[in-house]
Design a protein around this ligand. Structure first.
Ligand code: FAD
Length: 461
């Protein structure tokens, strides 16, 4: 195999070196391989440089450099993009991994998180004050890509999407300008970063609204894979208790101590709960979950809110091979339940968890045109993925997930969540943004006419 080693004009590179305080990593440097690596091992790219920025000044210098040299620019937050948008061949990677500072104002219930923070960083900092905001269910996911794409997690029903809790964003635009957008200032950009992905610039700092959430009752309850269990889960969600974040998961039994060995590797469904209501209701919630079907294993306990967001961390470490598909549904139609049962039974690995996020409640109280994220009439957001330990195995399972997605299609809405899509879903960008696509395109023309920020679910200018 020949490897492509990019080269850059050294004079210009020296100028960039003088302008940034962070590190610049090039091919040949001892940590080049580590610096170019992203979470999804499917993307083995060789950028010309990786700039590990430490502040907004570094971000501006790097954006200017990439734009002026006509180089491809990949912006990396937590590196979890399944499409591998946090890296590129021959271009510039702007890595925000060194920008992970957080400030919490407990009285104002606000947190300011730098653009490279992970949800583990944010949850840890806010939990100290008994506060939290909606974030992802794996703690190593970045706030950057997750928030700008929408942001779903256990608190979504009660507190809305992550982007709904974004109250301001410091943004470096394609022309290298720094703007602070809020609901009163630069409102068009504020609207666009709430769901429009990385299309409009690099967010160097996110300010979030926080909610009183300290310890919760949470964890998984597992049942044999059965349509009746899923239909009872559907009824549970339809009851509309927004304090109950409850993900449906479909896949193979994980080797965890509270699940008897005979269920390891066998098709199961489960509900991963996060109850933020009164502890007085803990027994009622446990019983309600147990009533969904014959329980084969469970671990539903009181825990600090940050802990529930680490439950999947060990199952899906960096370095696995992923290929994803996403869908939205209104309710969970019987046809979708049938697809979960049929394709769940042939799930290719323990890591290939099909996750169904309820996004009703507070997510529905935001209008479809209030933020770039428009699917406010969707009740569930579904993530499908073969996740495997080798590229060959993942390639071989792409047909499984495509067939699964096709089986869901007649029961789904037209678009899906951009953050659960793969790169070959670029042709769905228009329907993913539905009625907001035209406005997003007009804003892209205004703020990034050259499409510098194109490694994303791209709104073409
Ligand atoms: P990166 O690869 O760093 O970036 C992804 C995209 O976001 C790129 O286009 C990049 O340019 C842009 N971006 C990143 N940071 C910034 C920034 N600071 N400013 C502007 N643009 C930026 N999604 C959910 O909603 N809920 C979940 O619970 C959830 N769980 C997940 C679990 C796993 C294991 C994985 C792999 C993904 C999960 N996702 C979830 C999907 C996730 O939202 C997307 O993969 C998201 O893009 C990850 O963001 P990141 O910053 O880690 O990724």
């Amino acid at each position: 195999m020949t490897t492509y080693t990019p080269t850059l004009d050294h004079r210009l590179l020296e100028r960039l070196r003088g302008a940034v305080r962070g590190e610049i990593v090039e091919p040949g440097d001892p940590d080049y391989d580590e610096a170019r690596r992203v979470y999804n091992a499917m993307h083995d790219k060789r950028p010309a440089i990786v700039v590990r920025a430490v502040d907004a000044g570094d971000v501006i210098a790097t954006v200017d450099f990439a734009r002026d040299q006509g180089l491809t620019l990949a912006v990396r937050g937590g590196s979890h993009s399944v499409t591998g948008y946090g890296t590129c061949d021959g271009g510039v990677v702007l890595d925000l991994v060194r920008m992970r500072g957080i400030r919490v104002d407990p009285d104002a219930r606000r947190a300011w998180a730098e653009g490279g923070c992970t949800w583990a960083d944010v949850n840890h900092a806010t939990h100290a004050f008994g506060l939290a905001t909606t974030g992802g269910i794996v703690s190593t996911t970045g706030v950057g890509g997750l928030t700008t794409g929408g942001g779903m997690g256990y608190l979504a029903r009660r507190c809305g999407l992550s982007c709904d809790n974004l109250v301001s964003a410091d943004l470096v635009t394609a022309d290298g300008h720094f703007v602070t957008c809020t609901e009163d200032d630069h409102t068009d950009l504020m609207w666009a970063v709430r769901g429009g992905g990385g299309n409009y610039g690099v967010v160097t700092s996110f300010a979030y609204r926080l909610h009183p959430v300290a310890d919760i009752l949470g964890g998984p309850t597992f049942y044999p894979l059965d349509g009746d269990v899923i239909r009872r889960y559907r009824e549970l969600i339809a009851e509309g208790d927004e304090n109950l974040g409850a993900l449906l998961v479909v896949g193979l039994g994980p080797p965890v101590p509270f699940l008897p060995e005979r269920w390891h590797g066998r098709p199961l469904c489960g509900v991963v709960a996060c109850w933020t209501g009164s502890p007085d209701a803990d027994d009622r919630i446990r019983d309600r979950l147990a009533a969904l079907g014959p329980v084969v294993g469970r671990h539903v306990e009181r825990m600090p809110y940050p802990v529930i967001n680490t439950l999947f961390d060990d199952l899906v470490p960096a370095g696995l091979y992923h290929y994803w598909k996403g869908a939205f549904t209104q309710g969970l139609p019987d046809g979708a339940v049938d697809a979960f049962v049929e394709y769940g039974a042939t799930t290719p690995s323990i890591q290939s968890v099909t996750a169904v996020f309820p996004i009703d409640g507070a997510c529905h109280r935001v209008g479809p045109e209030d933020t770039a994220f428009t699917y406010r009439d969707a009740d569930f957001s579904i993530a499908l993925s073969p996740t495997l330990t080798t590229r060959e195995d993942c390639e071989a399972q792409k047909d499984w997930v495509r067939a699964f997605h096709r089986a869901l299609e007649p029961h789904s809405m037209e678009g899906g969540y951009v953050n659960f899509m793969d790169a070959d879903d670029q042709n769905r960008v228009g329907v993913n943004y539905r009625g907001n696509h035209a406005r997003l395109t007009a804003l892209k023309r205004r703020y990034d006419p050259g499409n510098l920020f194109r490694l994303n679910h791209n709104i073409a200018p």
